[in-house]
Design a protein around this ligand. Structure first.
Ligand SMILES: *[C@@H]1O[C@H](CO)[C@@H](O)[C@H](O)[C@H]1NC(C)=O
Ligand SMILES: *[C@@H]1O[C@H](CO)[C@@H](O)[C@H](O)[C@H]1NC(C)=O
Ligand SMILES: *[C@@H]1O[C@H](CO)[C@@H](O)[C@H](O)[C@H]1NC(C)=O
Ligand SMILES: *[C@@H]1O[C@H](CO)[C@@H](O)[C@H](O)[C@H]1NC(C)=O
Ligand SMILES: *[C@@H]1O[C@H](CO)[C@@H](O)[C@H](O)[C@H]1NC(C)=O
Ligand SMILES: *[C@@H]1O[C@H](CO)[C@@H](O)[C@H](O)[C@H]1NC(C)=O
Ligand SMILES: *[C@@H]1O[C@H](CO)[C@@H](O)[C@H](O)[C@H]1NC(C)=O
Length: 482
């Protein structure tokens, strides 16, 4: 119910209610999209907004309050969500004047011609380990709200998107519970604020991550929202689940309920499925991505709303992640492949964001890439063939600075010292680093300088390789056999 806030107070409420619920059915439960811009090859903001409009998106979420984008959005019918960056939270929390200035510059300068509807304060704040930031979050949200109210702006809600790691227990859904290392007073004041301002609990909910962490025990169909069969019965609550997203959302519902906040609604600030990724990233393919997005859109745009087993009939505002593939995102291969569109603005797979295409119109893609089971062979992490020499040296330094003996073998006199070349040393260091820190979340990427390969580098003439590979480097051969 994005669009209705505050309007029902009027004396005309009863008279208008038919009209309102009608227009709400038509416009409010449209899908939202995250417009992330971490790419150096993306269509311009102007083209992007045209694309969003032509895709019949209802809502767009920005990761900042970019003046050019906000100006271009004025006069469109797109509802807009803007973000206060994490770095500005503490200043805004400690000083109402700073909050007022932020609102002046980033909201009032564009509102109401730009239909700003949400100000999201920070991004996944409790996934950082910055305790001061945690403590400053709600005071900052309150100061922003105070500024808005002071200017008589009542149809902009203030929220904060959190990751699923805000819960320490998510399964079964009825066991949902907030993390105990986050001070309970912080969670309680957040909940009180959201409840008191009738805002949403924004959650980034990716069935992809839950499933790909444990593809043997979790059904892919339930992660792809192929509803139809009960896939899990929560014996504690007696609720039957047909998909993994409902389970994740209900774990949040149960966590909030345990603190007495049963009626705070959830919005999904990010969800999606990567259409490509690294060799060791199970299930990242366009077929799954198309299937997930289609099923998601159908589910969250249904009218009347479906809700979840614990909260049936409740609308769940949802933002797909993401509009584009963003080539400047670091990390594993999937990070750069969440887009609905490629960098020419063309769809990577076909998707109807209005959710009105018939249920039985199957995906257009065939299951050509079948990586739905974990890759069982060996994977090597080597210097990419197009890596620039100038960039390799700092990357090599970085890998070696991570310690834990990553580069011990590269010291003069040690087994991999020869041949003494940046490329050879970097190939060793990347593999060694990845092998050591992979379980802590390290990836084989190094800003595009490193790639995974299933071709044994010691047998390939394309890859630059240190001679020590096949002789001594047991380390850099990652065995993914389970
Ligand atoms: C609050 O911020 C304003 C504007 O930046 C500044 O002039 C003022 O000194 C600050 N007040 C405090 C108490 O820090
Ligand atoms: C939530 O807000 C409602 C008013 O909208 C209030 O009646 C209720 O007591 C609040 N719940 C809590 C736990 O504060
Ligand atoms: C999968 O389920 C089996 C049987 O219930 C269990 O023994 C195993 O630990 C589970 N694996 C993971 C990765 O959770
Ligand atoms: C439901 O289960 C049946 C029998 O196991 C299976 O044939 C069917 O494909 C399933 N439907 C869905 C949507 O998963
Ligand atoms: C859940 O499914 C079981 C059968 O699998 C059924 O007996 C039960 O009534 C269902 N519960 C609810 C709440 O729908
Ligand atoms: C179903 O998909 C096909 C493409 O495979 C498309 O041509 C057709 O228009 C779609 N049907 C409907 C009713 O959307
Ligand atoms: C790196 O070394 C530290 C300290 O010796 C140790 O606690 C940590 O587990 C090591 N990490 C890895 C990935 O080996």
């Amino acid at each position: 119910m994005y669009t209705r806030e505050g309007k029902m107070k009027a004396v005309f409420a009863f008279y208008l209610s038919c009209l309102l619920s009608f227009s709400y059915a038509l416009s409010s439960n449209k899908i939202g999209i995250n417009y992330g811009r971490l790419g150096d090859n993306l269509p311009s903001p102007y083209q992007s907004i045209e694309l969003l409009t032509s895709m019949k998106v209802g809502h767009v979420k920005l990761y900042d309050a970019n003046p050019e984008v906000l100006k271009l959005l004025s006069g469109t019918n797109l509802h807009v969500s803007i973000m206060v960056p994490n770095e500005q939270i503490s200043a805004i929390a400690s000083n109402q004047t700073q909050a007022d200035q932020w609102v002046d510059q980033n909201v009032l300068a564009y509102y109401p011609t730009t239909k700003i509807r949400f100000v999201l304060v920070g991004n996944e704040v409790f996934s950082t380990n910055d305790l001061k930031l945690w403590l400053d979050l709600v005071p900052a949200m309150k100061n922003i709200k105070t500024s808005l109210t002071g200017h008589n702006v009542h149809n902009i809600k203030v929220g904060t998107p959190l990751a699923m790691d805000v819960l320490e227990s998510t399964f079964p859904p009825s066991s949902g519970k907030f993390r105990s290392d986050i001070p309970i007073q912080v969670i309680l004041s957040l909940m009180k604020f959201l409840n008191g301002t009738k805002s949403f609990f924004f959650i980034d909910a990716y069935t992809y991550f839950a499933w790909s962490d444990n593809p043997t025990n979790i059904s892919l169909d339930s992660a792809l929202l192929k509803d139809g069969n009960v896939t899990y019965v929560d014996t504690e609550s007696g609720l039957n689940y047909t998909n993994l997203l409902d389970q994740m959302l209900d774990s949040v519902h149960f966590a909030m309920g345990k603190l007495g906040f049963d009626n705070v609604r959830i919005a999904i600030s990010e969800t999606g499925w990567p259409h490509a990724g690294d060799i060791d990233q199970t299930g990242a393919n366009a077929y799954n991505a198309e299937t997930y997005i289609r099923n998601l859109v159908r589910k969250v745009t249904s009218y009347p709303p479906i809700g979840t087993p614990a909260k049936p009939g409740i609308e769940i505002p949802t933002f797909i992640f993401s509009l584009y593939d963003e080539n400047q995102k670091p990390g594993a291969g999937t990070e750069r492949h969440w887009g609905l569109l490629n960098n020419n603005g063309r769809p990577i797979y076909e998707v109807d964001l209005t959710g009105t295409s018939p249920v039985n119109n199957d995906t257009h893609l065939t299951e050509s890439i079948n990586n739905n089971k974990p890759y069982k062979g060996k994977i090597w992490c080597v210097v990419a063939s197009d890596a620039s020499l100038a960039e390799l040296e700092p990357a090599l330094d970085f890998a070696c600075r991570q310690g834990n003996g990553t580069c011990d073998e590269l010291a003069p006199g040690k087994g991999c010292y020869e041949p003494v070349s940046v490329v050879d040393h970097a190939s060793y260091a990347f593999s060694s680093y990845w092998a050591k820190f992979r379980s802590d979340g390290a990836s084989c990427y190094f800003n595009g300088l490193a790639v995974q390969t299933i071709t044994d580098p010691s047998k390939s003439w394309i890859m630059p390789i240190p001679k020590c590979v096949d002789l001594k480097m047991v380390l850099w051969i990652l065995l993914l056999e389970s």
